[in-house]
Write a protein that binds this ligand. Structure first.
Ligand code: URA
Length: 209
């Protein structure tokens, strides 16, 4: 599928099976979301440009490499994006964070914004939008609309699970935004939940059901 990378690393696939299990505790669900976040962060940053930097080891001067350009921005969609982003921050501790509060109306599935706080200028930063579940893509499309309003030009989207319907809609609205996911599931059900999926990621991560 064009513009979509399925991260089929064995560790990701193993942890994905664990996190899907309905018997998993809230604590373990959150830990796994965090761990998979770290592994997906490794993949989504794989091609970041590097620049030369002069350093001195205890033995000799040398030319090393460091990531070029301004600090990355992680943009988790609340709530479930929060546990997911923690694992990414573990790998990129200096990243800036844009919090995007969006929920989907349970009847219409339309995205409703209740919070948005992002670094002022995003036009020369890579912004990685993060939501574990790409279902209808209503919240993902709305989040990326807002990030683009702030000037972002280079955006990537990372999720744990995607429905084919969500991928189609997100790629249709934002064809310039590539997607990384651990799996593409079968479909959405009548409540817009991913099948087989893992249920409500926010409720499972925070024990609210
Ligand atoms: N959001 C979730 O948390 N789970 C789904 O299956 C779909 C949207």
């Amino acid at each position: 599928m064009e513009g979509v990378t399925v991260v089929d690393h064995p560790l990701v696939q193993h942890k994905l099976t664990l996190i899907r299990d309905k018997k998993r505790s809230t604590k373990s669900f959150r830990e796994l979301l965090n761990e998979i976040g770290t592994l997906l962060c490794y993949e989504v940053t794989r091609d970041l440009p590097l620049t030369d930097v002069q350093i001195e080891t205890p033995v000799a001067p040398m030319t090393g490499k460091e990531i070029a350009g301004k600090k990355l921005v992680f943009a988790p969609i609340l709530r479930a994006g929060l546990s997911f982003v923690e694992g990414m921050i573990a790998l990129v501790p200096s990243a800036r964070i844009a919090h995007i509060g969006l929920y989907r109306d349970p009847v219409t599935f339309v995205a409703v914004e209740y919070f948005f706080k992002a670094p002022v200028n995003l036009d020369d930063r890579l912004v990685i939008v993060i939501d574990p579940m790409l279902a209808t893509a209503n919240t993902a499309v709305a989040a990326i609309d807002r990030i683009k309003e702030r000037g972002a030009k280079e955006i990537r989207f990372v999720c744990l699970l995607a429905a084919p319907e969500g991928i189609e809609r997100l790629r249709g609205h934002h064809p310039d935004v590539p997607i990384w996911t651990a799996a593409i599931d079968e479909r959405l059900d009548e409540h817009a939940y991913i099948v087989p999926g893992l249920g409500d990621a926010g409720d499972r991560a925070y024990g609210t059901k």
